[in-house]
Design a protein around this ligand. Structure first.
Ligand SMILES: Nc1nc2c(ncn2[C@@H]2O[C@H](COP(=O)(O)O[C@H]3[C@@H](O)[C@H](n4cnc5c(=O)[nH]c(N)nc54)O[C@@H]3COP(=O)(O)O)[C@@H](O)[C@H]2O)c(=O)[nH]1
Length: 770
């Protein structure tokens, strides 16, 4: 051991197994034992054997030594002599570790030797951490075996110590790397990761300090990520430095996108402009490596500073490279997580916060307002006629409109406020930090309405959109987010009822209306559960044959107290709440079963038509539900017709066409209901696999008096004929209407003129009488 050894620390106990090298050395030391016995015994004169043994021992780079029972050196090889600062063995013989080392270290060596002597058992590979002056460490693997005389009595120990510092450093580095990767996997903060990484590198390469600098969002500046070992004043001085072709090591490395290893800061031209800045801190060399993303984009720099001039060794280069690589992974990982978090909390189309983020923030906003005795305003906003724009100008235009509206709203609020897209064309506006007084909220929300209503151009068309708002204020209209949202919804409903394009502040009457709506919903939900429905049937007549060829099934609610309730009273609520899906399923199944029952009863077969709502049609398994209804009832598909409205189809034409083809493939007939009231494009119409157009009652109603209605009706009849479709007129109440329709080529009619909708038995009578 060298004179530099100032402190020794025993790190671990003995290991039972030894490695091959140790075994080899122990074998050699056994020979030494024998030789010592010989040298100290009566036959101490075999000089030749002594010579070769000494040569062998002195060429071994490890320390080999023998001590007596009191720990006095009996002999030591050349490595031991030199390590302890002597030049010949005679200088060390007779000395103990207490003469050579600090007491604590000497005691620990002696304790091991005493244990070996007492137990008679060797101890292998005791790892000892030796800390030398100036803090550098050395690791030793020491093995000690008992030294016995001829009679077998233990008279001391033989020891072998080898330097395993390099192996230990590599091990520690590998463990450190694994721990860093684990930290990346566990998504620890970047700060924690950087500090751990720099700690690892700095402990491995003593005398250097590291820094991680991150490139700013705009890619122009370097910002300090972590540099715990650098002088804080220096870190502060380079924070925000603009990258460039001659900006020290890091600024240049980030600019060039390649490593920049500067051997002498004080003379290198890259540091020319910064020598005065760095000089007081004493850094002389700086080796910087760009940190890159998976796709090669520069994210920052990893650098090592040393007080000594020079270029990095191969090992140092490898470490810098490894550190920059791991840092890149950690930064990318964090960016990915931030992106995922952002996507989960924001609307992809507008970039606005979504409902999830709103739910997370609103409770906090209310709590803050409560504590500060402030108000919070919450408004539901719905664009008027958005669907019309979306359907007529296409989804791309609709998306563009939503983005413009989002931008306009954002321009009217403060950073602390929140605009949330909750879906479709619905938004929530959350205004916070409001003084507790009336008269502030409405003007600010009216500003938003005005801004939204400003003219705009989309898809080459000039447009103006209005919106409706329902507004509540905390704490006046509710104290919890749920209560406020429900009341804002009620106010919004009222705004729509009043013809849209207005703002309504919540009031008690709205609460009553909302409660009534909720009550009606609950009642309808129970009606669905109890199947309190019945179908009535309205016959459809062919004027040429004079026979009923089909009947439209029309739903009625058999209310336990109110008796038969017309669909107009509950279908809108069912559609709004989604209950229509279950109700529609019930109606479809009931109609199929009834038609099959009529056929089984021997009545002439007719087609039964069933109304389909948009919500039903959008169900992913809708086609298979229809197939199931047919299979379960046993009705042949050709006796079922589904009535789809124009607006339903136009909501998503490609999807609707695909679903219609799937239904057609089942063998079902399709009809477009209320034709003429929607806005089917004629080019789209010819792609629809539709058998029949139903002229809406509103056109038939005023025939023969209204010239426009007559013109529209005859145009629809001609269109159907051109497209090879059947055409039926509904709502036919008079002979004059019937004559007009017949004269214009429409031979299928439905209406009170022939029959009102009737219960199943009534229709059976009509068909049998036919
Ligand atoms: N999704 C579902 N919607 C359904 C279902 N059943 C009905 N409905 C929808 O309710 C609307 C109103 O139906 P209803 O009150 O039964 O009115 C129908 C007829 O009674 C009425 N009609 C028929 N002929 C005449 C007439 O000569 N004059 C006149 N004033 N009214 C008449 O028209 C309604 C049928 O219209 P349409 O469906 O457009 O053919 C109804 O419109 C359905 O949308 C259901 O099961 N599911």
């Amino acid at each position: 051991m060298t004179n530099e050894l100032s402190r020794y620390r025993r790190d671990s106990g003995a290991k039972i197994a030894s490695n091959d090298d140790t075994r080899r050395l122990l074998a050699a030391s056994q020979k030494l034992v024998a030789e010592i016995a010989r040298l100290t015994g009566p036959e101490a004169d075999i000089a030749d054997r002594h010579d070769w043994l000494e040569t062998m021992m002195n060429h071994v780079p490890d320390c080999i030594y023998a001590k007596d029972a009191e720990g006095r050196f009996l002999m030591a090889n050349h490595a031991t002599v030199v390590e302890n600062g002597f030049s010949s063995m005679s200088e060390i013989v007779g000395k103990t570790d207490f003469d050579l080392h600090p007491r604590e270290a000497a005691q620990s060596f002696f304790d091991v030797e005493r244990r070996v002597m007492e137990t008679g058992e060797p101890m292998f590979d005791i790892e000892e951490l030796a800390v030398v002056d100036r803090g550098s460490e050395r690791w030793l693997a020491t093995s000690k075996v008992p030294l016995r005389n001829k009679a077998g009595a233990t008279i001391g120990t033989v020891g072998v110590s080898r330097d395993i510092t390099q192996q230990k450093r590599v091990e520690r580095l590998l463990v450190g790397q694994a721990r860093l990767l684990e930290k990346i996997a566990k998504s620890v903060s970047l700060q924690e990761f950087f500090n751990e990484l720099l700690g690892l590198i700095e402990s491995h390469l003593q005398g250097v300090v590291g820094s991680v600098l991150m490139l700013s969002e705009d890619g122009r500046q370097l910002l300090t990520g972590a540099a715990p070992g650098l002088d804080p004043a220096y870190s502060a001085a380079i924070h925000g430095i603009e990258i460039g072709p001659k900006v020290g090591s890091c600024g240049t490395a980030a600019w060039r996108g390649e490593p920049v290893f500067v051997a002498d800061i004080l003379s290198d031209p890259l540091w020319e402009d910064y020598t005065e800045l760095v000089r007081p801190f004493g850094y002389r060399s700086c080796w910087s490596m760009p940190i890159r993303s998976y796709n090669g984009q520069v994210l920052g720099t990893f650098a090592l500073y040393s007080p000594a001039p020079g270029v990095p060794s191969e090992e140092q280069r490898e470490l810098i490279s490894m550190a920059a690589h791991l840092t890149g992974i950690a930064i990318e990982r964090q960016k990915t997580e931030e992106r995922i978090h952002f996507m989960a909390h924001h609307d992809a189309l507008t970039g606005l916060p979504n409902r999830m983020l709103f739910d997370e923030r609103v409770a906090l906003a209310l709590e803050n307002a409560r504590r500060a005795n402030q108000w919070v305003a919450l408004a539901f906003l719905d664009l008027d006629n958005f669907k019309l724009i979306n359907d007529s100008l296409g989804h791309k235009a609709g998306d563009e409109l939503l983005r413009i509206v989002a931008r306009r709203m954002l321009s009217c609020v403060r950073k602390s406020d929140m605009i949330v897209r909750v879906g479709g064309d619905e938004f929530i506006i959350l205004l916070t930090d409001l003084p507790a007084e009336n008269g502030i909220v409405v003007p600010r929300l009216e500003d938003i309405r005005r801004e939204i209503a400003a003219p705009l151009t989309i898809a080459g068309r000039s447009l103006q959109v209005s919106c409706s708002m329902g507004v509540v204020a905390f704490p006046e209209h509710g104290t919890t987010a749920e209560e406020l949202l429900a009341n804002a919804d009620a106010a919004m409903y009222r705004a729509k009822e009043l013809g849209r394009n207005n703002l309504q502040i919540f009031n008690a009457q709205m609460a009553a209306t909302a409660h009534e709506k909720l009550r009606r919903y609950e009642e309808l939900r129970e009606a669905v559960a109890r199947e309190e429905f019945v179908l009535h049937y309205q016959p459809q007549m062919n004027l040429r044959s004079g026979k009923i060829f089909a009947a439209e099934s029309l739903l009625r609610w058999q209310h336990p107290e109110r008796g038969i309730v017309a669909p107009g009273e509950f279908i809108p609520l069912a559609e709004e709440t989604g209950l229509i899906v279950d109700i529609g399923d019930w109606a479809l199944n009931a109609a199929c079963h009834q038609n099959k029952a009529w056929q089984d009863a021997g009545l002439p077969p007719i087609v039964i038509s069933v109304n389909v709502s948009a919500r039903q049609f959008r169900e992913r398994d809708w086609v298979s539900r229809v197939a199931t209804a047919l299979a379960e009832s046993g009705l042949e598909a050709r006796y079922l017709e589904l009535e789809l409205t124009e607006s339903l189809i136009m909501q998503d034409v490609p999807q609707a066409v695909a679903t219609m083809h799937a239904l057609e493939a089942l063998g079902i007939q399709l009809a477009i209901d209320d034709f003429g009231t929607g806005y089917s494009s004629l080019s789209a119409l010819k792609r629809f696999p539709v058998k029949r157009l139903k002229i809406d009652r509103s056109f038939v109603m005023d025939i023969p008096f209204d010239e426009d209605d007559k013109a529209i009706t005859s145009a629809i009849i001609s269109l159907a004929q051109e497209l090879g479709m059947e055409v039926i007129a509904e709502g036919v109440e008079t002979e004059a209407q019937l004559e007009f329709l017949r004269d214009n080529g429409c031979n299928e009619i439905q209406g009170y003129f022939f029959s009102r909708p009737v219960p199943a038995e009534g229709l059976a009578r009509l068909i049998s009488a036919d």
